[in-house]
Write a protein that binds this ligand. Structure first.
Ligand code: IVH
Length: 669
């Protein structure tokens, strides 16, 4: 372990490095190191901070996972009020806005900046001497709520500004949830029997207003900034300059902003996004048009509610009317029965749709949706087709009221609805529908990653009785596979190789793959790191589980219930017998001949890829770091080495060529 002083400077060095890579990844979307390398830097920092807690600061990148829950939110008074925007609903209203602006600025030329209107939650971010010190919601525009720890969890929010910073700057922007994160969050909520969020904006607001920032940290929020409120010691002349400066300081600024001089171009640009918006990974509900010159903005001023120098062009809501033909019920991995509306195809938010989720029985009743009804459909978050309401005035009297089946439509088991839950479930864990979903989940990319084991194949494997539990995957034989539809000798062999390779996956993936309710990818990793092998996790008590930060009582209860079930125990026994790895790689590594040794790789090795060399080192207990420091034990040098080689020389760190590296791997010396 480093001495205190050295630790202090290494901590600072690591923070800068981590923040830089964080910026490359989350803001520029152009990472320069692998995720594993990044994780290692964070692990090294966390380790040093654990040994020297006096160095921990609220803006350390390790604090992005969220601190302790709070009692309530303090209020924050905005030094410059956070106004809202006047709306324009047509091209004509945009022209009206332009006429008003020009009338107030007689004889002057006017330029506009047009930018997407992100559908999220307005936030105010205060930086003092370049450090993020306070984040707040808009509230009523005069005072908002202090949500600083929650905002820190947003990875694209800079904790420190990149360039020389003014004494105070209060940046404004929109925190939002991407369409993908929203869809996933709702999927998980429905699996857990919780009500879904209506749209990404509600999901973002609900996530940011959590008293426990750890929940916020799980919710994958993102940020675009679009302006400055109060500031001291910086001056700008135009809005587009402000945006450029914010970009240089490390913020995410929406790349689709443009400057125009002619109002016709402004209108054309706004209209051009009406359809294009569906290709964006986040929801925009309009375009914001702003006068570019800040001096002109000041002269135009504001009404009580909104500035006169800006307007929001709002897209018309995407809705369509169609006829509900039937309601089908499917069974998911956790046994939840989901009703889906099947209707005459309509064009909606960029695609043709004919099915929409109805979520659950209560919502169908609330919306009074009947089979045969004319219905209004839209896409929640522009992605998930949903039935908004029925049109009872168009009923003929032949419409049918829907009832959730009392028996599972797949296996016939009696369905159950637990108290306090909206979901109806099939309780039979061997139900074929549940089994198919479980196998697909087990094989999915972030779980055991068995490529080629997709829906069509799983369907056949389950229907033919070849797979009755996820463990049966490991008993599949070439003769079984080659006979299946769309399977040839080559694909059968490939699949068997994939299945064999999946046995080596890390324990965290296996835990996630088992499909324990409430246990996601991250929880899988945490549990693996804590318990180190599956057996210990299986016998863990409730207290042991909840002692792990981020594991709550609900998850703990679900884990205990899963392992208490004899059928699940049998599946695990079968997995172990098949040779599936049940030990955390970190533990396996800890005992190797290179334990505690830190390696840095540079240049191209002849016989190994980077990943292979890393795996070889880790399997022997070593660790690979991305940067050379005094703590590095060996720098392995391939062809065309980079600056790391020079740095190793400078610091006097041992340098190995490929032959020496091989010898070390073989002999440990
Ligand atoms: S400018 C003085 N720009 O829309 C008005 N707002 O009703 C400052 N919004 O509360 C707002 N994207 O949360 C501006 N590019 C953008 C925006 C944007 C989304 C939100 C913001 C504001 C609301 C306006």
């Amino acid at each position: 372990m480093l001495k205190r002083k050295e630790a202090g400077s290494r901590i600072e060095e690591l923070r800068r490095e981590i923040e830089y890579h964080n910026y490359r990844y989350y803001v520029l979307d152009a990472p320069v190191i692998s995720d594993a390398e990044f994780d290692r830097l964070v692990a090294e920092l966390a380790e040093l901070e654990k040994a020297y807690p006096e160095f921990i600061t609220p803006n350390s990148p390790t604090q992005r996972v969220g601190g302790a829950p709070r009692e309530g939110f303090a209020t924050v008074r905005h030094l410059v009020p956070m106004l809202s925007l006047a709306n324009a609903f047509s091209a004509e209203e945009l022209y009206d806005f332009d006429r008003r602006v020009r009338a107030a600025l007689p004889g002057e030329s006017v330029a506009y900046v047009v930018e997407p209107k992100i559908d999220g939650l307005a936030v105010s971010l205060t930086y003092r001497d370049g450090e993020f010190v306070q984040g707040a919601t808009r509230g009523d525009g005069e005072t908002g709520e202090d949500i600083t720890p929650n905002l820190r969890t947003i990875r694209s929010l800079p904790l420190r500004l990149l360039k020389e910073a003014p004494p105070v700057v209060e940046v404004r922007g929109e925190a939002y949830m991407s369409k993908e994160a929203f869809a996933k969050l709702n999927e998980h909520r429905e699996e857990a029997g919780e009500p879904p969020f209506a749209n990404p904006r509600n999901a973002a607001a609900g996530s940011l207003r959590q008293l426990d920032p750890k929940i916020t940290a799980h919710r994958k929020l993102d940020l675009f900034v679009y302006g400055i409120g109060h500031s001291e010691g910086v001056r700008f002349t135009t809005h587009h300059q402000v945006l450029a400066w914010l970009g240089e300081q490390g913020f995410r600024v929406n790349p689709h902003h443009r400057v125009f001089e002619a109002v016709a171009e402004v209108v054309e640009y706004c209209l051009s996004w009406q359809e294009k918006r569906f290709d964006l990974p986040y929801v925009i509900d309009g375009m914001v048009v702003k006068v570019d010159s800040l001096a002109q903005q000041e002269r135009l001023g504001a009404t009580l509610k909104s500035p006169r120098w800006a307007v929001a062009y709002k897209f018309p809501p995407e809705e369509a009317v169609t006829r509900l033909e039937k309601i089908v019920v499917s069974v998911g991995r956790t046994g939840v029965l989901t009703p889906t509306a099947v209707f005459e195809p309509v064009h909606l938010a960029g695609t043709t749709v004919s099915r929409a989720t109805l979520h659950n029985e209560d919502l169908i009743r609330e919306k009074d949706v009947r089979v045969g009804d004319y219905i209004v459909v839209h896409k929640a978050g522009d992605v998930i087709p949903e039935v908004v309401r029925s049109l009872p005035e168009r009923r003929t009297g032949r419409e049918q009221i829907f009832r959730m089946p009392e028996k599972c439509p797949v296996c016939g088991a009696g369905t159950v609805r637990e108290e306090g839950e909206v979901a109806v479930r099939c309780p039979n864990i061997s139900c074929r529908a549940r089994l198919k979903e479980s196998v697909l989940h087990f094989a999915s990319r972030n779980a055991m990653d068995i490529r080629g084991l997709g829906p069509a194949l799983v369907e056949q494997l389950v229907e033919k009785g070849l797979v009755e539990s996820v463990a049966d995957i490991y008993g599949l034989k070439y003769e079984d596979l080659v006979k299946l539809e769309r399977m040839g000798p080559k694909s059968a062999t490939n699949l068997l190789n994939e299945i064999a390779a999946s046995k080596k996956r890390d324990l965290g993936r296996l835990i996630f793959a088992l499909g324990i309710r409430h246990v996601g990818e991250r929880a899988g990793k945490l549990l693996a790191a804590h318990f180190e092998n599956l057996e210990r996790l299986m016998t863990a008590t409730g207290e042991e589980l909840t002692a792990i930060p981020e594991i709550g009582p609900k998850m703990a209860a679900s884990i205990r219930a899963f392992f208490a079930e004899p059928r699940n125990q049998a599946v695990i026994k079968q997995l172990v017998e098949a040779g599936v790895n049940t030990v955390s790689r970190e533990t396996a590594a800890a005992a190797g001949p290179l334990t505690g040794k830190v390696f840095v790789l540079t240049g191209t090795l002849r016989d190994y890829t980077r990943e292979e060399a890393t795996a070889l080192i880790e399997r022997r207990g070593g660790r690979v770091s991305s940067s050379v420091s005094r703590r590095t034990d060996y720098v392995v040098v391939g062809e065309n080495p980079g600056s790391k080689y020079d740095r190793a020389r400078e610091l006097g760190v041992a340098v190995l060529d490929e032959e020496e590296f091989k010898r070390l791997l073989e002999t440990g010396q």
